[in-house]
Ligand binder design. Structure first.
Ligand code: DX5
Ligand code: ZN
Length: 251
């Protein structure tokens, strides 16, 4: 069997989960997560292969036309990606009813599904993701106060703080989210949990270091990577911008 391919007949949920958990780089302090939303969908495989050397999680933006005013892709695309790569597939579900689709994403090979706290059914969604053997992320929009998600930080794998209002790639970073990033990082540290703090929206070589300084360790970037003339170089530059910031903060 090709590495990364799932034989659903012989692998139980537990085994599938163990497989994807192993895909999380344990030695990497920072995670560069290219958003395929900005890639050329007609050449998706080539696009992700082209940046694989410098990236960690593949960020898959699922938009339903209701939760956000835009429509993108769903589980069938995740299935195709999974057949092509063993990369960690980080699915950001911008949907009003993710509970109806989580099983489809799990079956398609999603490594993690991140759901929005604004839906108000966080506990149910966390339980459902876990039962399906996926890692679970929680997402908060720029205007969602820290108090709306703080209680879940110990129960999730990833906390994704939006640094734009979701719906479109290529928007400008909202620096007013930085204090919330710092508060969230401090709480994760206080709880002594390994929750990954991720940021998404307008992330560039200028804004990623600001987020890293505030405590973010996973960086979603669409336009800054796939909008660049040389996406691999752009991903490398993004990683370097964060590493330099963290090295500076240590010295
Ligand atoms: C926005 C999406 C983002 C988007 C990021 O709704 O959730 O993941 O693709 O794109 P950039 O990096 O271009 O802001
Ligand atoms: Zn996203």
């Amino acid at each position: 069997m090709v590495d990364g391919e799932i034989d659903e007949g012989s692998l139980g949920v537990g085994a599938i989960r163990a497989r994807y958990l192993r895909a999380v780089p344990k030695d990497s302090k920072i995670l560069i997560c290219p958003s395929i939303l900005s890639a050329d969908f007609a050449h998706l495989a080539a696009a992700i292969d082209g940046v694989a050397e410098q990236t960690d999680w593949l960020h898959v933006d699922v938009m339903d036309g209701h939760f956000v005013p835009n429509l993108t892709i769903g589980a069938p695309v995740v299935k195709s990606l999974r057949a092509h790569t063993d990369a960690f597939l980080d699915c950001h579900l911008m949907m009003t009813n993710p509970e109806k689709f989580l099983a489809d994403f799990a079956k398609a090979g999603a490594s993690q599904c991140s759901v929005h706290v604004e839906l108000g059914i966080t506990t149910d969604l966390i339980v459902q993701c876990r039962d399906l053997g996926m890692r679970v992320g929680l997402v908060a929009n720029p205007d969602a106060p820290f108090e709306t998600f703080a209680e879940f930080l110990g129960d999730i794998d990833t906390m994704l703080l939006m640094t734009v209002f979701p719906g479109f790639g290529g928007q400008s970073f909202m620096p007013e989210v930085l204090p919330k990033i710092a508060a969230t990082a401090a709480e994760i540290q206080r709880l002594a949990v390994s929750t990954v703090l991720q940021v998404d929206g307008g992330i560039t070589v200028s804004t990623a270091p600001q987020c890293a300084h505030a405590g973010a360790r996973a960086f979603v970037a669409g336009n800054a990577i796939f909008g660049a003339l040389d996406p691999l170089r752009a991903a490398s530059a993004l990683r370097a911008s964060v590493e330099n910031e963290l090295a500076g903060a240590r010295s």
